[in-house]
Design a binder for this molecule. Structure first.
Ligand SMILES: Cc1cc2nc3c(=O)[nH]c(=O)nc-3n(C[C@H](O)[C@H](O)[C@H](O)COP(=O)(O)OP(=O)(O)OC[C@H]3O[C@@H](n4cnc5c(N)ncnc54)[C@H](O)[C@@H]3O)c2cc1C
Length: 382
């Protein structure tokens, strides 16, 4: 193992690997420390969705810029990432939803997004299998450039490209402590040795709170157990990801034909419990077949769990912690960290190397929670 690095990144999920790529592309000596295999955390368990339709301007801007990067990523990294842009259709169930949707769409359009509000009788033009009455929809919003990509392929594509540019990635290596002098980062202690460094990036997903504690910093993040399932493969019957903020459901048809989707389990579970449950499967099956009765006869192949790393406003925590030079946060993605990763990585690399940031991220610093000055993201599912 190397003895020193310009930057040590904790966590080999999509965010850690994307940042390793962006930094090594700028000539920075970077080491990623991952205690398991790459994408072992939320990244390898996620719904793979890429959505630009958010209520918070910060999330929308990060997602819109990320999509621009995703669209060129295969070419840039030289590997397939399984990107498919079939759009996202978001159900609107009542007048309250409609008011929020109109507000969201206005803000999203101000950022240049192609997004529209559909009447209920236009929903089947986009997703023919939906039972508009069964799902209680009075309309929907639709953005054709939303979609999904393969989280494993994307993470490995970033990691391989980073290693080609000189990044070191240590798998099955655990970060055990962070050494500081109270004002600055000095080193990272791992299960395979100590690396001297002036910069540590905390990209440890649902374990970020524990990593921050090693440096004496308190994060407000809470790990939430989330459940998700996948069916057998069938012929293509729809292209868009379908979601509802009221019902919390999301589902899409993957490249190979499986239906992949999730919904909040009837019981909210925080902490690191991983057991999949029957109540989730029952609730998911009932809701998805209410939305799309044609799916009644399809077999579920597998269900699993993963953690959302949730902040009080469902926006990520990005940037350097005040009072501890060199300690950079890249966590708190609250269920949307895959889709934001390309732009987040680019911005943090710009921050670390002292470049001008292409988007401001001050509003996403840790200190916002001290002042309790935040408006929460409303457009969340799962
Ligand atoms: C069921 C589910 C569905 C989701 N659906 C979507 C979706 O459709 N779209 C979307 O954008 N997002 C989705 N998300 C959220 C998304 O998966 C995460 O926000 C994103 O993957 C976070 O990536 P990351 O790299 O920041 O963290 P992670 O992928 O969690 O990676 C963190 C890594 O840190 C490692 N680590 C932890 N502690 C240590 C240590 N001490 N030493 C070394 N390594 C350590 C872990 O092993 C892990 O690999 C979903 C999440 C879940 C659970």
């Amino acid at each position: 193992m190397i003895e020193k690095a310009d930057v040590v990144i904790v966590g080999g999920g999509v965010n850690g690997c994307a940042l390793a790529y962006e930094l090594s592309s700028r000539g920075v000596e970077v080491a990623v420390i991952e205690r398991k295999h790459l994408a072992a955390g939320a990244t390898g368990r996620c719904g793979a969705g890429i959505r630009q339709q958010w209520s918070a301007k910060e999330n929308a801007a990060l997602a819109i810029e990320s999509v621009k990067i995703f669209e060129r990523l295969e070419e840039e990294l030289g590997s397939n990432i399984g990107l498919r842009q079939g759009g996202y259709l978001i159900a609107i169930h009542d007048e309250e939803d409609m008011k929020q949707a109109e507000k969201n769409v206005e803000m999203q359009r101000s950022l240049g997004l192609d997004v529209s509000i559909l009447e209920s009788d236009e929903i089947n033009d986009v997703v023919p299998i939906l039972d508009v009455e069964g799902m209680n929809a009075i309309g929907a919003t639709f953005c054709p450039t939303d979609g999904h990509a393969d989280p494993f392929k994307t993470t490995h594509a970033y990691a391989d490209a980073a290693m080609r540019k000189g990044a070191k990635i240590y798998k099955f290596t655990e970060v055990q402590d962070i050494v500081t002098d109270g004002e600055e980062i000095k080193a990272v202690k791992t299960s395979r040795g100590t690396i001297k460094t002036p910069v540590v990036v905390n990209a440890a997903g649902a374990w970020s709170k524990k990593i921050a504690e090693m440096a004496g910093i308190k994060l407000p993040n809470v790990p939430y157990k989330k459940e998700i399932m996948v069916t057998e493969r069938i012929a293509r019957i729809f292209d868009a990801m379908v979601i509802s903020f009221k019902d919390g459901i999301y589902f899409s048809q993957q490249e190979e034909g499986q239906i992949l989707g999730g919904i909040p389990p009837p019981e909210t579970v925080t902490g690191y419990e991983t057991m999949p449950t029957l109540p989730f499967l029952e609730h998911m099956s009932r809701t998805i077949t209410r939305y799309a009765p044609i799916l009644k006869h399809i077999n579920v192949l597998r269900q699993w769990t993963g953690f959302y790393d949730v902040t009080p406003d469902a926006l990520p925590i990005l940037g350097e912690v005040k009072g501890l030079k060199g300690f950079i946060q890249c966590n708190g993605f609250s269920g949307h960290g895959f889709m934001l990763s390309p732009m987040v990585a680019r911005l943090l690399a710009q921050l670390i190397t002292g470049e001008k940031l292409s988007l401001p991220i001050d509003r996403l610093n840790l200190e916002r929670f001290e002042k309790m000055e935040f408006e929460a993201e409303k457009s969340v599912v799962g």
